[in-house]
Write a protein that binds this ligand. Structure first.
Ligand code: ZEM
Length: 283
């Protein structure tokens, strides 16, 4: 190749199917003290989620297979603002292991990031292939809108085949990372440990008094005491809806239950619409 990946990544060329080598390369690009809170982990989790969260159960369209976010218009959707950072970060990993598909790489990166940040092992298996440019892309508007509430969350996640418990468990990913004014318009982190996967999101949600932030930006909430943490209107729906709140209470008390339910739901999310051979086992 004309331009090679960093020496670190090429030092051990991998044989096709050596996913352990890919995992190692992904783990190797996560930390960077000059970026956000010191880790690209959160934005990689968001890439895996947005690549997958376009799925519609009724016709099998969308989902992580195809990695169509490489192309316009999907890469230009407002919902995907900022994810070029994650896609670019993975380019040297792809160059070092050219046999892996982008679709497998993006989903595996989310899984490795969660594990490296202290989260559960998420069952993952390969089998996604990349669509060519010009392939059909689903319409914009399939990812959730942070300005909306419980009904919208049920519509969006129900379209993918998820129930109330799944919605709350998956939302626990907001224990990671932060909102960026230049990406979503929102600002700030949900927790004080945004590079550690934990159940802190649920604890913060329950234990703070949340008040509308006074600012020029879109409606978001801040904790009354320190004004350093945030919640989106969609996060607040998990408190105001009785059924959602039941799971918030459970996960705030029981991190093991959260890890277990999150791992199952996130694994399912990353596999939506992927045509695995019938008998393939999870690696
Ligand atoms: Zn998020 N998410 N998300 N999310 N998300 C943001 C950031 C992150 C919603 C949403 O609008 C936003 C899930 C569900 C939902 C992550 C993971 C997962 C941001 C901020 C917004 C606005 C983006 C920015 O400005 O950079 C809504 C409405 C959701 C419906 C429930 C699910 C499910 C996720 C994974 C399982 C993560 C890790 C981030 C932090 C990204 C970063 O760069 O720090």
């Amino acid at each position: 190749p004309l331009s090679g990946p960093p020496a670190l990544l090429t030092s051990k060329p991998s044989t096709p199917g050596d996913y352990a080598a890919v995992r190692q390369s992904i783990a190797g690009v996560l930390d960077n003290n000059d970026y956000d809170d010191g880790s690209y982990g959160p934005v990689l989790v968001r890439l895996a989620w947005h690549a997958s969260g376009t799925y519609a159960k009724k016709d099998g369209s969308g989902g992580s297979n195809g990695a169509t976010m490489r192309f316009a218009p999907e890469c230009e959707w407002a919902a995907n603002a900022g994810l070029a950072v994650a896609r670019k970060l993975l380019e040297p990993v792809k160059a070092a292991h050219p046999w892996i598909s982008y679709a497998d790489l993006w989903t595996l990166a989310g899984v490795v990031a969660i594990e490296e940040m202290g989260g559960p092992v998420v069952p993952w298996r390969p089998g996604r292939s990349d669509a060519p440019d010009g392939a059909k892309i689903v319409p914009d508007g399939r990812l959730p809108d942070a300005k909306q509430g419980a009904k919208h969350l049920r519509d969006i996640f129900g379209r993918m085949g998820f129930d109330d418990k799944d919605i709350v468990a998956l939302s626990g990913a907001h224990t990671l990372g932060r909102c960026h004014p230049d990406r979503s318009g929102f600002s700030g982190p949900w927790t004080n440990a945004p590079t550690t996967f934990s159940n802190l999101y649920f604890q913060e949600l329950l234990n703070n008094k949340w008040v509308p932030k006074k600012w020029d930006g879109p409606l978001q909430y801040e904790d009354a005491k320190t004004q350093s943490l945030m919640m989106l209107p969609s996060d607040m729906a998990l408190l105001s809806d009785r059924t959602f709140k039941k799971y918030v209470n459970q996960y705030a008390k029981d991190e093991e239950a959260f890890f277990k339910d999150f791992a199952v739901a996130f694994s399912k999310l990353l596999e939506l619409g992927v045509p695995f051979p019938a008998a393939a086992a999870k690696a």
